[in-house]
Design a protein around this ligand. Structure first.
Ligand code: NAD
Length: 357
């Protein structure tokens, strides 16, 4: 088996963290007997500098010709004053659209050795935290009709949330697929006591899961309660499926309870197996080029790619175990440094994880 990976290094710390992830991927592929080839394409600020646009057509074609895509991060001070339509972030929206990626999956995991980094009390997090939020990414209120008007001398503004049954069904499928490899339970978050879209959401999620994934249990939770439960009893969550707006907010809340932005990965998936895998953090221009950025989020994103795009379940577990072991041995990059631990650079951290694989 040989998988072709398109690498979009991007800007700032992007190239450093992608290099770390590639090192770990190469070691893992060797151990588990599959092949990987990497082709690099520009996106974001570096693409603007090279071609005048944040997402050149050659990058889109390279990604479409690949089996999956690894992304570092885009953006930086240099491009901050450009007009909105040629900003680096436009490249991200463009590539998601070009690849038909309608779901965003963000696991928020609290690693045993980093329990102290969580802002929650130890008795709350002792049950462990691993919340996987599956967020609908290209529908709902962010994409609905909006406008402004003036009525009787008053200024009004409005946004609309609209979801179709097929849109809800396809995100439910992604959540059920993930849950079937895990706890076999999903929590669907909505606001069905108030919103019509939420009532359709709830009905559709249940009907689809019951028909296509009868072994998956679906539980409903209102979004206001979900926001409370994430800080009160995070251990009760595994796979959560929700709309674009609710997912945007809850995934940041869940990320925060794990305490460290340099540790969290995410993926965007569509109908096929090709996905876009990336850290949740940005290009961190303040620390770029110093070899102090934590590569673990990108390494974990690469591990998700092995599991979710290539079905290399054991290889994924080997990388997660390697991260666990290296953290357990007390190695830390600057952002997660704790008293009594050994500080290492970003490239040293990647090398330690590759060795532990
Ligand atoms: P950021 O995530 O880049 O940085 C926030 C803080 O976290 C900074 O202090 C940074 O040094 C630190 N940090 C981030 N990743 C780290 C890592 N791996 N190791 C250690 N420390 C890390 O967010 P920001 O500063 O708001 O944005 C910087 C640029 O990134 C902006 O241009 C923004 O538009 C862009 N951005 C891109 C993405 C993306 O590509 N997906 C996401 C968010 C922000």
């Amino acid at each position: 088996m040989n998988y072709k990976i398109a690498v979009l290094d991007g800007d700032g710390i992007g190239p450093e963290i992608c290099a770390g992830a590639i090192k770990v991927l190469e070691k893992t592929a060797k151990k588990f007997g599959f092949g990987l080839s990497f082709s690099h394409y520009p996106i974001g600020g570096c693409a603007i500098d090279k071609t005048g646009v944040p997402l050149p057509q050659s990058t889109v074609e390279g990604c479409l010709a690949s089996d999956s895509v690894l992304l570092g991060a885009v953006g930086g001070y240099k491009w901050d004053s450009l007009p909105a339509d040629i900003r680096p972030e436009k490249g991200l929206l463009g590539i998601r659209k070009a690849l038909g990626l309608y779901s965003n999956i963000r696991p928020a995991k609290l690693w045993d050795s980093l329990v102290g980094a969580s802002p929650l009390k130890s008795e709350v997090v002792n049950g462990g935290i691993e919340i996987i939020i599956v967020r609908e990414l290209i529908g709902g209120i962010y994409f609905g009709e909006r406008g402004k008007s003036e009525e009787n001398g008053n200024e009004f503004a409005w946004d609309t949330e609209k979801y179709s049954v097929p849109e809800i069904e396809r995100i439910t499928r992604v959540a059920c697929e993930l849950a079937s490899k895990r706890s076999k339970k999903i929590i669907s978050v909505d606001k069905a006591n108030v919103l019509e879209t939420s009532r359709l959401w709830r009905k559709t999620v249940h009907a689809y899961a019951q028909k296509h994934y009868p072994n998956i249990t679906v539980e409903d939770m209102l979004v206001d309660n979900a926001a409370m439960q994430i800080v009160k009893n995070p251990a009760q969550f595994d796979v959560v499926v929700t709309s674009n707006l609710f997912g945007d907010i809850l995934s940041d809340e869940a990320a925060q309870v794990t305490g460290s932005i340099g540790m969290l990965a995410s993926s965007s998936l569509g109908d096929g197996t090709r996905g876009l895998y990336e850290p949740i953090h940005g290009s961190a221009p303040d620390i770029a080029g110093k070899d102090i950025a934590n590569p673990i989020a990108t390494i974990l994103a690469a591990a998700m790619m092995l599991r979710d795009s290539f079905s290399q379940i054991e290889a994924h577990a080997a990388i997660e175990n390697a991260v666990q072991r290296v953290l357990g041995q007390g190695y830390r990059t600057a952002d997660i440094m704790q008293e009594g631990c050994k500080r290492v650079s970003g490239s040293e951290m990647a090398a330690l994880i590759a060795k532990a694989v």
